[in-house]
Design a protein around this ligand. Structure first.
Ligand code: NAI
Ligand code: MG
Length: 355
């Protein structure tokens, strides 16, 4: 089978790290005999916006509908286009209109990467954060009443559906099932948010009834956050609502070193729509144009894409190569080295090619 991939570099260092991901994909697909049909996309970028007054063509959705996955760099060029326009006009449209209801972020400490948490070794931090990506706390329901008076009130609703909660919980249980430790942490706040969070816990119990082999640990979001820092070894798979997951999925990677390493997947697991794979970082205008950006987050995101498409061996080979290069170099500056983006990408690709 040939997989169709839309390649969207976007802006800034997205345009520098994407070629390295493509280089590594080329090495992996050659070695493992996988066929990719890449479609380079120039839109969903601020350059396109400056020429056309919008981030994407009107028919963007139909143009991408036949793709198996979107490989995305980063979008944003605040000097010329306000961030809410660039993000809402591209990335957030993909996530919502392609119903990418899972945001998956692996968190892992590698050898050779200085850990901001004292005394932690590789192996101490290795878990997956699963964030609900479509509902929960992020709604437009609400408003300001009695505006400008002393009685001013603001309300913003959270909305959870049984359908929406169950599908993300089931995804997390399935992930945990496939892992050795079979342990799932459910983020909650049922002591404080006394209607929706006890309900969320109840949905976790209901879905979990189908997964007796998995140990479930419900933790309030406050202590859970503290334990990400103090006891990261407690975690295997962590599932959380949209807001809690947003916070955890930045906190987790922050405990493992530079943002230049963190990958993410926005998944529509049913494959009714293409899923999107992207580094956590943005377009980094402060370092763009010098070929010094760390390409690992982009390369790891491409590996997650192969895994999602069913090419587990190719994913594992890329991860192993990343591991080796982080340990032995060459390393970019954010990792304390002096290698270029290209040198690091080439080194990873070379290792992937070697059987
Ligand atoms: P950023 O992630 O682009 O940069 C934050 C800091 O991390 C900068 O100092 C940057 O140099 C550094 N950094 C980021 N990626 C790096 C890499 N691969 N290697 C080495 N250093 C790296 O976040 P910032 O500065 O807040 O946003 C810049 C632009 O990116 C804005 O327009 C923002 O809206 C956009 N953005 C886009 C995202 C996306 O496309 N998913 C995510 C975050 C921000
Ligand atoms: Mg965030």
């Amino acid at each position: 089978k040939t997989f169709k991939i839309a390649v969207i570099p976007g802006d800034g260092i997205g345009k520098e790290v994407m070629p390295q991901a493509l280089r590594v994909l080329e090495a992996a697909t050659t070695r493992f005999d996988i066929e990719l049909e890449l479609s380079p996309i120039e839109w969903a970028s601020c350059d396109y916006y400056l020429a056309h007054g919008q981030m994407m063509p009107d028919d963007w959705k139909s143009r991408l509908q036949g793709q198996d996955a979107l490989l995305f760099g980063a979008v944003g060029w605040p000097a010329t286009v306000p961030d809410h326009i660039s993000l809402w006009g591209s990335l957030l449209k993909f996530r919502r209109e392609f119903d990418q209801y899972i945001n998956l972020r692996p968190v892992r400490l590698f050898e050779g990467v200085p850990c901001p948490l004292a005394g932690r070794k590789p192996g101490d931090i290795d878990y997956l954060v699963v964030r609900e990506n479509t509902e929960g706390e992020y709604t437009n329901l609400g408003g300001v009443m009695y505006a400008g008076t002393e009685r001013e009130i603001v309300i913003q609703e959270s909305v959870y559906s049984r359908f929406g909660a169950d599908r993300v919980l089931r995804f997390a249980f399935e992930l945990a099932q496939a892992r050795e430790r079979k342990h799932l942490t459910v983020a909650t706040k049922s002591n404080g948010i006394a209607i929706s969070m006890p309900w969320w816990d109840g949905r976790a119990d209901a879905v979990g009834a189908d997964y007796p082999a998995i140990t479930v640990d419900k933790q309030h979001i406050d202590i859970l956050s503290a334990r990400f820092v103090l006891q990261p070894g407690r975690f295997d798979v962590v599932v959380a609502s949209n807001l809690f997951g947003d916070i955890l999925s930045d906190l987790g990677p922050a405990t493992t070193g530079t943002i230049g390493l963190a990958p993410s997947a926005n998944l529509n697991p049913e494959r009714s729509f293409p899923s999107l794979f992207e580094p956590v970082h943005g377009s980094a205008p402060d370092i763009y144009g010098r070929n010094i950006a760390n390409p690992v987050a982009m390369i790891w995101s491409a590996a997650l894409m192969l895994q999602f498409l069913g090419a587990a061996e190719a994913h594992d080979a890329i991860l192993a190569a990343i591991e080796t290069v982080l340990r032995e170099g060459p390393r970019t500056r954010d990792l304390g080295g002096d290698a270029s983006t290209t040198e690091m990408g080439e080194a990873i690709a070379r290792l992937v090619s070697q059987a």
